[in-house]
Structures are given as C-alpha cells and as structure tokens.
Design a protein around this ligand. Structure first.
Ligand SMILES: [Zn+2]
Ligand SMILES: [Zn+2]
Length: 188
C-alpha cells in the first residue's frame, strides 16, 4: 500500500500526487515542496541537526530522548461529516504513548457519530493508535520520518534566509536608485 512521502502515513484513499511524489493530504504536499529544496542541503548538516534532535531533550516534556516522530491518529464526526487526520509529533516515546492513549479515547468518543465514514473510519484510527503503542520508531537511530521533518525545517530556514537576502538586496537597489535620481535632478 502507498504511503505518504512526507509523513509516512499509509494512504487508504486517494491522496495528493505531485511530480512523482505522493502525499496523504494537501498540507503534506506543501511540506513536500521543501523536501525538493532540501535535496540541495549538504548531507552532513542534515545528519548533525538530526542527531542533535534525536539525542536531545523532548520538546514536549523536557525529559531525556531519544526523540523521534510519534504519529497519532484522530477522527471526529457529526452526522454525515467526518474529519480524520494523522499527525506527526516530534517527542519522546513516553509522550508518544500518552498522545496515543489520549487519541484512543477521543477517537472512541467522537469518531462514531457520522455515516458512513465515522463508522468505517473509527476502527481504522483506533487500530492505528493501538498498533502505534507497541511499534513506532526504534530508539537506536533516527527514523526516515524524522529525517524528512528535519530536512523540511532546514529547507524552510534556507528559503526564508534567501528571501530576506533578496528583499534586502532589492531595498538596497531602490535606495541607490533614489540617490541617483536625487543627483540627476537639475540644479536651480
Ligand atoms: Zn502525510
Ligand atoms: Zn516527552
């Protein structure tokens, strides 16, 4: 079965395709743009950043790592409307277990009340959370999903820095043009 090239979630229905890549939802496709930019980043920069996050403190609880991507799955329904989502969270294993248990409760309470997708989707999201309690990323090394998130993060910083640089350059050009205009103005 196909899985999302950004977050790794299994794609059950449809998904979004983009230049040979496949994503589970629009938001992942947007992040996928940065995956392409990220291919130009030096490998050692990505590796060292990834090691730092993996071995660092958990951003949620501040406890010891390893820190990796803990994906949790949600669903809620009202009559004919159902919303389901799979979200990656960068945190430690203990926080991952807590989030999944909370998601199990919220799916079990809020998922069922829509037809047909609430009834069909709730067991799927419950199973995904439940399986995640016992599987999830291995502690020895960073997962491919964490690498994706780190790459996208670095690529976003890279793109923002470049945009800032270009904006500054454009402002500088405008400033010199203004100066030239002042000089060229005929003297009285
Ligand atoms: Zn995805
Ligand atoms: Zn934690």
């Amino acid at each position: 079965m196909a899985s999302c090239d950004y977050c790794g979630t299994t794609i059950l229905f449809g998904g979004v395709k983009d230049e040979g890549l496949r994503f589970c939802k629009e938001k992942c496709r947007e992040e996928g743009f940065y995956l392409k930019v990220a291919q130009q980043l030096p490998a050692d920069v990505v590796q060292s950043q990834m090691r730092e996050i993996h071995q660092g403190a958990c951003p949620r609880c501040g406890g010891d790592g390893p820190v990796d991507v803990q994906t949790f799955h949600t669903i809620w329904s009202v009559l004919y409307f159902t919303s389901w989502n799979s979200r990656p969270e960068v945190c430690c294993r203990r926080c991952g277990v807590k989030i999944r248990i909370r998601s199990l409760f919220s799916c079990g309470l809020l998922g069922w009340w829509g037809f047909p997708w609430g009834v069909l989707g709730t067991p799927i999201q419950l199973t995904r959370n439940f399986v995640g309690l016992f599987s999830g990323p291995r502690p020895e090394h960073p997962s491919a999903e964490l690498e994706n998130i780190v790459r996208v993060d670095l690529a976003q910083q890279f793109v923002e820095a470049r945009q800032l640089q270009e904006a500054e350059k454009a402002a500088a050009v405008r400033a010199t043009e203004d100066e030239m205009f002042l000089i060229e103005e005929p003297a009285e």
